[in-house]
Design a protein around this ligand. Structure first.
Ligand SMILES: Cc1cc2nc3c(=O)[nH]c(=O)nc-3n(C[C@H](O)[C@H](O)[C@H](O)COP(=O)(O)OP(=O)(O)OC[C@H]3O[C@@H](n4cnc5c(N)ncnc54)[C@H](O)[C@@H]3O)c2cc1C
Length: 558
């Protein structure tokens, strides 16, 4: 049976697959790769939040995996001879989620992280067993809603929504306590004098209490980022972990390049906010953007790509090589080449009070979290492109009615035919052309929406508490201005398109720019951020992969 955490339905997990026992031949191969050590009953091998946690295989004795929570400890698994520790954090090198305690003295094989990664790189059979077990163990934690973090918040608070999305997009298991429902939790916070503006409260690793933390503070507390060595000169820094950046990371790391990916929020980009991608090759029944990009993230990390999340690149110093990249916390990094995959961000139409209700009734993406927040209620979806249509279809499964408001007299010319048909045939979607929002009202949360038919001038006001705005996207290139050639809309010009502008942009080499290369040699642009790109997941992935072969050529020139 599938299990539920909040609203998302996770696939059923076979316990035997999540916690398999290795054969003696498999144990022998692990033993050759590490060191054997004696352990004593009661010994703690690692705690939640610990980083660089070793991998253990039990030769004899026993251990238990538990998770500390507000009531003490929750047992997750017991291990005997032939069993092994670890879950996804072994691959991502992030802080551990659980506590490991020896229950019976014996001998364990211990592998440090580099030894473990080297073993799975050369042993395909063990690679498959460990990878499958780690993924299934993470699904078990996600499905039970138990992680090393408790998030106490309100569905009416924009910061709560932001943190929940961050955790969910990072596939990080957590317990969510809804203060609107759990009155005991609310009185607990009252006793500790937690003010309204300090909501949400996060308890991290059962120890640290954070009041209304930023995403960066939360990432730091969870050990999501390892320390970066500022003296290291990398082969390639990838800016952005949407489909284009993730594809570049997978190919670069699998081809032996030293890769660092920097991502402002969580991996996934725009695709991560797509409820169902139906036109991506190989997924005839569609795939959620989150699932696709989470898999890609794991794949990149498995090949050794390093990833820094909740961190932005704010500047590239284009006057020197190796290039110098500045992060928003002031850190400087050096790299021989750069792949810019910073994509695009939602446009915000000029509607009065739009900003006031962001996260409190106004949303720019429709993931399962938003779909649950507005379950059973009427919602409005604004604009008529592909992503708006996807959102309307998706929301119609949980909302009582979807008002789809399109400013023009037809759905976008570039829209997929299958989506148009689904909108037109869906009885839960009320499609209105030539219609625009004229007023948003409410106290702290959106309560009423007024819209006007431009043809007749007739206005209607509805008690709608949730609107989804999907008004196209603009390139995320502000941080690059003055450094490389951009087109009149701010997208990055590359390859042959540079010909007319290359001279003005000061192209310094005798060879012409390569395909996807910007006006700076060794700096490439891929995906939605590139001028004249096709705004699709598949093309972003393709460009990310191609860019890596061009990076190899650039590195050979140095
Ligand atoms: C709701 C929705 C549904 C969609 N559905 C489909 C679909 O069904 N099929 C399809 O083919 N396409 C779909 N698309 C389009 C598709 O998602 C995009 O074309 C694709 O995501 C582009 O990938 P990208 O990697 O180039 O950029 P993005 O996905 O935009 O990713 C860019 C990443 O870079 C990060 N970033 C930006 N600036 C910086 C910085 N300075 N430092 C560090 N990181 C930075 C961002 O946080 C972001 O994660 C959809 C888009 C949306 C919004």
């Amino acid at each position: 049976m599938a299990s539920r955490a909040g609203a998302y339905v996770y696939p059923a997990v076979d316990h035997a697959h999540a916690f398999p026992t290795l054969t003696s031949a498999q144990v022998a191969r692990v033993r050759d790769a590490g060191r054997t050590r004696r352990v004593d009953a009661g010994e703690i091998l690692f705690e939640p939040g610990d980083v660089n946690v070793p991998f253990f295989v039990l030769l004899s004795g026993g251990m238990e995996i538990v998770q500390p929570d507000v009531h003490g400890e929750r047992l997750i698994a017991t291990h005997k001879a032939g069993a092994f520790t670890g879950e996804m954090t072994m691959i991502s090198n992030r802080g551990a989620l659980v506590r490991a305690r020896v229950t019976e003295a014996g001998e364990f094989v211990e592998l440090q992280s580099p030894q473990f990664l080297a073993l799975v790189a050369r042993d395909a059979e063990l690679n498959e067993i460990f990878m499958r077990a780690f993924i299934l163990r993470r699904i078990l934690l996600l499905a039970s809603g138990h992680g090393n973090i408790i998030l106490m918040g309100s569905r009416h608070s924009a910061p709560t929504l932001r943190l929940r999305e961050f955790l969910s997009r990072n596939g990080h298991p957590h317990t969510y306590v809804d203060l609107d429902i759990d009155k005991d939790a609310q009185s607990l916070l009252d006793q500790f004098s937690v003010k309204v503006e300090e909501i949400p409260v996060v308890i991290c690793n059962g120890v640290t209490v954070l009041r209304n933390p930023s995403i960066r503070e939360l990432a730091q507390c969870l050990g999501l980022n390892s320390t970066l060595d500022p003296t290291q000169v990398r082969d390639v820094v990838i800016v952005g972990a949407g489909p284009a950046g993730l594809a570049a990371a997978v190919y670069a790391a699998s081809e032996g390049l030293d890769v660092l990916v920097i991502e402002t929020e969580s991996p996934g980009g725009q695709a991560g906010s797509s409820s169902r991608i139906e036109n991506y090759l190989g997924f005839p029944t569609g795939v959620s953007g989150l699932e696709l990009t989470n898999r890609a993230t794991t794949q990149a990390q498995k090949f050794g790509a390093k990833m820094r999340i909740a961190s932005s690149v704010t500047r590239v110093n284009c006057d020197q090589r190796p290039y110098e990249v500045t992060l928003d916390d002031g850190q400087l990094l050096h790299t021989r080449s750069i792949v810019i995959a910073s994509g695009a961000q939602y446009n915000k139409p000029s509607i009065e009070n739009l900003a006031k209700f962001e996260g409190q009734g106004v949303y720019y993406g429709a993931t399962f979290i938003e779909s649950q927040i507005c379950g059973g209620e009427e919602v409005v979806v604004v604009c008529g492109g592909n992503s708006a249509c996807q959102a309307a279809v998706f929301l119609s499964q949980t909302a009582s009615k979807v008002h789809m408001l399109v400013r023009s007299d037809q759905l976008s010319d570039t829209m997929s035919r299958y989506l148009i048909q689904r909108i037109e045939e869906n009885p839960a979607i009320d499609l209105r052309y030539c219609t625009e929002i004229t007023a948003l009202t409410g106290d702290t949360h959106l309560e009423c929406v007024t819209w006007r038919d431009k043809r007749t001038g007739a206005s209607e006001t509805h008690a709608v508490r949730h609107i989804f705005v999907m008004a196209g996207a603009s390139p995320r290139t502000d941080w690059l201005k003055g450094c490389l050639a951009l087109d009149d809309k701010g997208f990055i010009v590359t390859g042959r398109d540079l010909d007319p502008v290359a001279k003005q942009a000061g192209w310094p080499l005798t060879r012409p720019p390569q395909m996807l290369e910007t006006s700076l040699p060794g700096v490439f642009a891929v995906g939605d951020v590139r001028s004249n790109s096709v705004k699709r997941v598949a093309s972003a992935v393709g460009e990310g992969a191609i860019a890596v072969s061009l990076v190899h050529r650039t590195l050979a020139e140095l």
